[in-house]
Design a binder for this molecule. Structure first.
Ligand SMILES: [Cu+2]
Length: 402
């Protein structure tokens, strides 16, 4: 039997290589992509953030390797950390960021260089394989969710390495949950609302603080606005008006937004975002390419936080970027479990899209989307939280609902 199976597998493999190179054309980042990187832009704002043109050393394929006999690490909800656990976590994160910021710019793991790589991937600085003018962007299309999961994954790995703690987990900002509920019997999850900016990210004495944010982010008792209107920041449409909702009004709107983005509007195509392959022009209009949660709450919350977070050129300079994006990718895994036929694309141009990231040892890794769809294979999971706060949002029971 084996003598028949082996040649068949070999032929299948050969065929898939032939098909990959001749028909399908997933986005593929290579040494050449780095070599040909050039200054890009975001909505006309110039960005000069290319990494060094020559990648030193080998490029090593990334394979998720979680030992199934070991428990999964847990990324917890920030609003439920307290006492000793909160103290320990804050201390570790403080140290991690101090060490990361102290790395020289020549080290691709430095805080600054991590921002630069997000900038290069998000400003059309990379040119598509074999093209002279078609660029690459990991926003406003179907690469948004997997690429940012990869980005946060390597950020966490670098923190683990700097801290000498392979069990360190980057906890998440559960901004979508605005109802404090009684934990279910026997549940060890977090049932506290998370709609305020997490205090450790708003404390000027902490390494996780960033002063360059909108005033709204610092107002005590102001619930974040997941419906915040980007056009408010455009001087052409007049001076911005800022929402003045009560916490109750705002969080009801937030639950409605979440319900729409995760359920009502979120079939697979709408949720994941528009296909984006070699040969496609960069999508610049958010509504033309972004998936539902990339639009709301992602773009809206970036805009609401403001400052560095306003644009992809600078967003990861604000440390809140990371727990914010951890929650974004948590929402992706929640969406998959909701039912309604929700599932990831099976298109090889999505699954075989290939990106390059420096890992915790400053080694360049070749990473495919297909390796980042299963959290368990990556060795972590998210703490259970009160997603029911928006899953069961019911317009009809909300006074004043539009
Ligand atoms: Cu981004």
């Amino acid at each position: 039997m084996a003598s028949i199976v082996a040649p068949v597998l070999f032929i299948q493999c050969l065929l898939s290589i032939l098909l990959t190179t001749t028909l399908a054309a997933p986005i593929n980042i290579t040494r050449e992509t780095f070599r040909t990187c050039r200054p890009g832009d975001w909505v006309g704002i110039p960005a000069d953030c290319c990494p060094p043109k020559v990648i030193k050393g080998p490029i090593v394929d990334f394979c998720p390797q979680h030992d199934a006999s070991k428990p999964l690490r847990v990324r917890k909800a920030l609003q439920c950390l307290s006492g000793h656990e909160l103290k320990t976590y804050t201390r570790k994160l403080e140290r991690g960021y101090a060490l990361m910021r102290a790395l020289p710019d020549s080290d691709p793991r430095s805080f600054k260089r991590q921002n630069a790589i997000h900038c290069a991937y998000g400003t059309g600085s990379f040119i598509q394989d074999g093209s002279t003018n078609l660029t690459i962007d990991i926003h406003l299309n179907w690469h948004f969710l997997p690429w940012h999961r990869m980005f946060v994954y390597f950020h966490e790995k670098i923190l683990q390495k700097l801290l000498g703690d392979p069990e360190f987990s980057l906890h998440f900002w559960n901004f979508d949950n605005s109802v404090t509920a009684t934990p279910r019997h026997g549940s060890r999850g977090c049932y506290k609302a998370g709609h305020f900016v997490p205090p450790m990210y708003n404390d000027p004495s902490k390494a996780t603080f960033e002063a360059n944010r909108s005033f709204m982010a610092f107002e005590p008792n102001r619930a974040v606005d997941l419906a915040f209107d980007l056009s408010q920041w455009n001087p052409a449409v007049g001076p911005p008006t800022f929402p003045n909702n009560t916490v109750e009004e705002q969080t009801r709107m937030n639950r409605e937004i979440m319900h729409r983005s995760m359920i009502t509007l979120a079939n697979t195509t709408n949720f994941i975002g528009k296909a984006y392959r070699v040969g496609d022009a960069r999508i610049v209009n958010p509504a033309a390419g972004a998936g539902t949660i990339e639009l709301w709450p992602h773009i809206t919350l970036h805009t609401y936080i403001g400052g560095w977070m306003l644009q992809p050129i600078t967003a990861p300079i604000d440390p809140i970027f990371y727990p914010f994006h951890a929650n974004m990718e948590r929402l992706w895994s929640v969406w998959r479990k909701l039912g309604y036929g929700n599932d990831d694309p099976t298109d090889p141009d999505w699954l075989d899209a290939t990106f390059l990231f420096w890992d915790e040892n400053a080694v360049m890794r070749r990473v495919k989307t297909r390796d980042f769809v299963d959290l368990n294979a990556l060795g972590y999971r998210y703490e259970e939280v009160n997603d029911a706060s928006w899953i069961f949002f019911d317009n009809s029971t909300s006074p004043g609902a539009p």
